[in-house]
Design a protein around this ligand. Structure first.
Ligand code: AZC
Length: 838
């Protein structure tokens, strides 16, 4: 036994300032941190210094759990989930950690006793926006649930220096600014340079015969990059488990440029360093479209290779033989972004650890599972062979070998079906040759899942049909979920307090318990409280909107909200057409009374997606006209909230009355915002798409505003020939709305501004807006009527919130654990390792 171990135990006895959670202890630690960590006297301290002092004291209080968890997993050699994702959209850490640790109230009180504005402190955190949207946020919710369920897990991804761009609105258009989230430092991460790994790129391969006379291949790269892991603790809710999010940063390998340096080529050496660091500079801001860029493939391989090598390091540390890799680790591929993992795992097992191909393939298949997040063909990743081969020559050989063996199997099962072979091949040979990443993921995984029932069914019928016919047993559905800790407890403290008062503690761990609120749905006292809770959140948001944009919105109006990435398939422009219809009717009938509504939009457009940017311009232009027009008598407001992100979204969901989930049926794989709205008591107007279908089943059809074509009807209509112009010509209201936009009424007389958008609707309309327009407008009328019966609306709102238990990500993660990962909880008892006070 080392002396340090005894001393360590002794040292634990006297650490109140690091562990204490009484208000006094927190104040003490805060002041100490201001002095010793920030190095500032109070007289010079900024708000950000206060935030840092607070963040550090929270981190200190997590470290016992984090170290204890690491020690426990190592000792028990626990089976571990490795969640590989190019995106983790975590959102701000501070508030969430306070909730999960159960010290939110004490910390708030301590800060207030020091005369500090607690909300203001929380607002200092620049959120790590390391994701685009749903896919990245889902990964973050799953990390929270895995930790809360005490499931051993590691999140592996990329530490982008610049996350998703910051959106500004200038003259109604989106502008992009770099997101310098690390500028003021990141108190939540710990760099682990001692676990840095080397990643190879380019070059060529050569074969050789080893000492035992066996034929082998080695990869001789032309570039090597160093990956340094940065670890962030992921604390579970009310448990001692703190798992790890491990993000890789690319750096130059020092020894690599040393020689150049010594030859006097100083700039050459620095260039090498700069080019290596570029690898993890920036997140690609495309949501569901592939960029096809070399740097993107490099990013993908970089983080995958680092992560797999890290797993081998862990195996070695726990003296587990490489043959047991798949027993130790269960790897989940979050879409195809990390799908190169199967080729890299094969390379490591065959070339580095000298395993037989068949054994390696068995291990690989048993280790991997693949989640598909979209049916949109433009999102399916494929890489030109020339690009792929120049960057990853050995992996291309391995993929060819996998393909040869795989197509042999297909040929045996489906003789003389060459069309099928062509479709299923890992290589697209129809024109320029490509590697198809979804095919690689399907072949290399033991399980393939979609993210909502409808989506999983459509996968089997469309994009993955051939794979379903070959491997039906691989397919399953895992309906998405979201974490109630962030999306209720942290975002909506008023709702949280009300629920706890009625049904006691425990429901944030077992969200199904909120069912108990159903009996209160018609209780007028409870309804009044509910109404006050909603109104308070609406007043708060209205206050922010006034402060930020100088626009007054009436908090008693209905808040009709669509927040999500801007995309044609999500149909923000259908929402806009409805607004234009209302606007036009009010202008034509100045006496008309409508239900006053505040339309709120938020969302980023991919910088190169011109149509999406034009959709933003349309919304802001309609808002500009409507918000200032006295003829409308304040019955209609249109607000575009700039820079929609996790932080802002937490203020939006609690303040929403109506949740817009209006994608073309069959296009939205699941949606997760839809769940956050309903949990916070918003009612949904939506199509039968993604998880809307299951949400409607859960909350009851009578508490959901359904409209529009079904996925089958959409497909049938397209098949039979759809002419959108007929709808325009046949519907005077639709014609009026489109003509008004075309006239330049919303664009200072410039009739050409929105022409590309209108032409696309009139002559192509791939997302069937015109076909769904009338159903949508009619449904919105039903919504208005329903809102006027406030008692009934409150009842529906309460029922929605009480029936959303199924959509907790705890349920999703439990299903993954049982069906896919085959892992069980491994509770951590930190008292076994370290004494914790307070
Ligand atoms: C999204 C889906 O569009 C969304 O419907 C789903 O809820 C979310 O994933 C989580 O599963 N997809 C993406 O963000 N991106 C891609 C490439 O699919």
């Amino acid at each position: 036994r080392l002396a340090i171990a005894d001393s360590n135990e002794a040292a634990q006895q006297n650490l109140e300032h690091r562990t204490g959670t009484s208000i006094e202890a927190i104040k003490q630690a805060f002041l100490e941190n201001l002095f010793f960590v920030q190095g500032k006297p109070v007289a010079l301290a900024t708000k950000h210094d206060y935030y840092m002092a607070l963040a550090h004291l929270v981190r200190d209080r997590m470290l016992y759990r984090w170290n204890g968890t690491a020690e426990s997993y190592t000792q028990d050699r626990c089976r571990t989930v490795c969640y590989l994702s190019a995106e983790f959209l975590m959102g701000p850490h501070l508030g969430n950690n306070l909730i999960n640790m159960g010290i939110y109230d004490q910390v708030k009180a301590a800060m207030e006793e020091l005369g500090l504005d607690f909300e203001d402190l929380l607002a200092q955190e620049v959120e790590p926006g390391l994701g685009n949207g749903g896919l990245g946020r889902l990964a973050a919710c799953y990390l929270d649930s895995m930790a809360s369920l005490e499931v051993p897990s590691l999140g592996y991804g990329i530490r982008y220096e610049f996350g998703i761009f910051e959106q500004g609105i200038s003259q109604g258009w989106q502008i992009e600014r770099t997101d310098k989230w690390l500028r003021h430092g990141n108190p939540w991460e710990v760099a682990r340079p001692e676990w840095a790994t080397e990643v190879m790129f380019g070059g060529h391969t050569e074969s050789y015969t080893d000492a035992a006379g066996d034929y082998r291949v080695r990869w001789v790269p032309s570039q090597e990059v160093l990956g340094t892991p940065y670890d962030t603790p992921i604390l579970g809710y009310q448990v001692d488990t703190a798992n790890t999010l491990r993000l890789w940063k690319a750096e130059a390998i020092e020894s690599f440029d040393f020689e150049v340096f010594n030859q006097g080529d100083y700039y050459g050496a620095v260039e090498e360093k700069v080019s290596s660091e570029n690898l993890t500079k920036v997140l690609y801001p495309n949501d569901e479209t592939l960029a096809g860029k070399r740097l993107r493939l490099k990013q993908q391989f970089f983080f995958v290779s680092c992560s797999l090598q890290d797993m081998f390091r862990i195996l070695k540390g726990q003296t587990i033989p490489v043959e047991e890799f798949h027993e130790k680790f269960s790897i989940q591929l979050n879409d195809t972004h990390p799908a190169i993992a199967s080729a890299e795992l094969m390379r490591l097992l065959v070339d580095e650890y000298h395993l037989d191909w068949n054994i390696a393939w068995e291990i690989t298949q048993q280790a991997m599972a693949y989640t598909n997040h979209t049916l949109l063909p433009e999102a399916l990743e494929k890489w030109p062979i020339s690009l792929f081969g120049s960057l990853l020559p050995r992996h291309l050989e391995i993929i060819y070998e996998i393909n040869t063996r795989f197509l042999e199997l297909v040929r045996m099962r489906f003789p003389k079906d060459s069309a099928r072979l062509e479709r299923m091949s890992l290589i697209d040979e129809s024109g320029e040759r490509y590697v198809r990443m979804a095919n690689l993921a399907c072949v290399s995984s033991h399980t393939i899942n979609g993210v909502a029932k409808l989506h999983s069914e459509l996968l089997k019928q469309t994009v993955l049909k051939d794979f379903y016919e070959l491997f039906p047993e691989k397919f399953c559905n895992m309906t998405n979920g979201v974490t109630p800790r962030r999306w209720i407890a942290l975002s909506n403290p008023r709702l949280t307090k009300m629920v706890t008062e009625k049904i006691g503690e425990g429901w944030l761990k077992e969200l199904e318990k909120t069912k108990q609120l159903e009996s209160l749905a018609t209780d007028s006292g409870f309804q009044d409280e509910w109404h006050e809770m909603k109104s308070a959140a609406k007043r708060e948001l209205a206050g922010r909107i006034h402060q930020q944009f100088g626009v007054l919105v009436d908090p008693t109006s209905m808040f009709d909200v669509q927040v999500k990435r801007i995309h044609e398939y999500k149909r923000q422009h259908l929402n806009a057409l409805h607004i234009v219809t209302l606007y036009s009717q009010l202008k034509q009938n100045p006496q008309m009374e409508i239900l006053p509504r505040t339309f709120i939009f938020g969302g980023k457009a991919a910088p190169g997606y011109h149509m999406a940017k034009l959709m933003i311009k349309l919304i802001t232009s309609v808002g500009e006209m409507a918000n200032k027009d006295p003829d409308l008598r304040n019955q209609l407001r249109v607000i575009f909230l700039p820079n929609y992100n996790v932080t802002n979204s937490q203020r939006v969901y609690p303040a929403s009355d109506l949740s817009e989930q209006i994608s073309t049926a069959g296009k939205e794989a699941s949606g997760t915002g839809n769940m956050k709205f309903a949990m916070n008591g918003a009612l949904t107007i939506g199509t039968l798409d993604g998880a809307n279908v299951e949400i409607r089943d859960a909350v009851g059809a009578e508490n959901f505003f359904l409209f529009g074509l079904t996925a089958d009807e959409v497909a049938k209509m397209k098949f039979e020939g759809y002419t959108p112009r007929d709808y325009y010509l046949g519907n005077p209201y639709l014609k009026d709305a489109i003509d008004l936009i075309a006239s330049g009424h919303f664009s200072h007389g410039d009739g050409s501004l929105f022409q590309p958008l209108l032409d696309k609707l009139l002559y192509q309309d791939p997302f069937m807006l015109l076909a769904d327009y009338q159903a949508y407008v009619d449904c919105q009328r039903t919504v208005s009527k329903a809102y006027q019966d406030q008692r009934r609306w409150l009842e529906m709102s309460i029922l929605n919130a009480s029936r959303m238990g199924y959509f907790s990500s705890d349920r999703s993660v439990q299903e993954y654990c049982q069906r896919i990962w085959k892992v069980s909880p491994a509770p951590v008892d930190i008292d076994r390792y370290i004494k914790v006070s307070g």
